[in-house]
Design a protein around this ligand. Structure first.
Ligand code: CMC
Length: 370
């Protein structure tokens, strides 16, 4: 029997989903029927509710959802000890994976795979990802961990727990939009990994941890950190041209550019570019934004000139610039991406469990020479 073969599963439709719609040719992205531009005006809590329950919450539902997240933010002393132990050896994504794994052992719903228990477990992860990431970063830099601030929203509280001071309204709103834009993107590698694990009827913590491991890679969420490091390495606008041309000539990847699905400008990158400009102007320092914008121009010119087709920034490009202006360390960038993506992973796992079929593709066998 002949099977279809597409390396990297390119353009293969693996399952049905009602969560996110992407038109890669036209640059359209919608969560549950809402366009990216409308989503950017919502709160992360609202978007998370919608991803998980399939519809927008009414006012009371949103309040109780947000209050529940606030109540769940605190983590146990033993979880703090795991974070402190991680601190000596590893970076943020590994610490997050290890701490979430540890926390799953203490979860009261550990052995319950019902939809209700999976939502409860999901809520604990959404609420606690920011606490774990901020606490890891503070201990790594020799600072005391902070208690969550119940007066603050999900995004504002994360910045407070990370930096030790309450963020400005603009900073909190920009990070909120970042969490929303990061929350879901159909069958990206980490979500596909999480769904594949869920499809074996393994538990939701294992599925999320698998998603984290996939997100870490530099071709996926790890690109955001690489963008921030590239901007530091370049240092000034006049050095951009040589940097980009050097990458193209050496056939090296320009991190934060290109996309498997979008054949045009990534709609998320458009929003991030506006946010990056806004926060740069607010800080009165355009350097990082100007470097990034020049990278975009030169990359476009070089690709059109040398390869006959343009290349555009993806979600990880201007988000890296935004993180720099928010004083988020580059080594934390992928973990901050995960704080946004967790609600998408939870929604996809719930959808997978609700109409499960084991995900099990085939390989084209290629006989090796003896
Ligand atoms: N820099 C240089 N060349 C590139 C890039 C890039 N960033 N992206 C694609 N190309 C070239 C590639 O070399 C190839 O050229 P040719 O046809 O001459 O061989 C062509 O474009 C097609 O590239 P591909 O790697 O086959 O395309 P893909 O669909 O497998 O790649 C990608 C998608 C995201 C892996 C790739 O664009 C890439 O490696 N980008 C850099 C890493 C990155 O920014 N990742 C974030 C992805 S989006 C958000 C997320 O998942 O977090």
């Amino acid at each position: 029997m002949e099977h279809n073969f597409a390396k990297g599963l390119e353009n293969i439709v693996a399952l049905e989903s009602s969560i996110t719609f992407i038109d890669g040719e036209k640059g359209i992205l919608e969560y549950r029927g809402f366009d990216i531009a409308e989503l950017a005006d919502m709160s992360y809590e609202q978007v998370s509710y919608m991803l998980i329950y399939g519809r927008l919450p009414d006012r009371n539902e949103l309040k109780s959802f947000s209050d529940e997240l606030k109540e769940l933010r605190t983590i146990s002393d033993s979880a703090f000890n795991v974070i402190r132990f991680c601190n000596y050896n590893i970076e943020a994504m590994d610490a997050l994976r290890t701490t979430i794994s540890f926390m799953s052992h203490c979860d009261p719903d550990l052995n319950d795979n019902s939809p209700e228990a999976n939502i409860r477990k999901g809520m604990r992860m959404i609420a606690r990802f920011p606490t774990v990431v901020a606490s890891f970063s503070r201990t790594k830099h020799g600072m005391e961990e902070l208690e969550p601030d119940p007066e603050l929203s999900h995004s504002a509280n994360f910045l407070y727990m990370l930096r030790g001071t309450r963020p400005s309204e603009l900073e909190a709103r920009i990070l909120e939009t970042d969490f929303i834009l990061s929350a879901d993107h159909e069958l990206n590698p980490s979500t596909f990994t999480a769904r594949t694990i869920a499809s074996t009827l393994s538990d939701i913590h294992s599925s999320v941890i698998g998603g984290l491991c996939a997100l870490k890679g530099p071709l996926h969420g790890g690109a955001r950190m690489a963008v921030m490091e590239a901007i530091d390495e370049i240092g000034s606008v006049d050095k951009v041209e040589n940097f980009v041309i050097g990458k193209v000539e050496k056939h090296e990847k320009l991190m934060g550019f290109g996309h498997r699905v979008y054949k045009t400008y990534d709609p998320r990158a458009k929003v991030y570019k506006k946010l990056a400009k806004e926060i740069a102007e607010d800080r009165g320092d355009m350097l990082w934004f100007d470097i990034a914008e020049r990278m975009e121009e030169i990359a476009y010119r070089e690709f059109v000139g040398k390869k006959g087709k343009p290349i555009y920034p993806n979600v990880d490009f201007y988000s890296g610039v935004v993180y720099k202006y928010l004083d988020i360390p580059s080594k934390l960038a992928t973990a901050v991406f995960a704080i946004g993506r967790i609600s998408g992973w939870i929604a996809h796992c719930l959808e997978q469990y609700s109409d499960n079929r084991l995900i099990r593709p085939r390989a084209k066998f290629v006989r090796s020479e003896k």
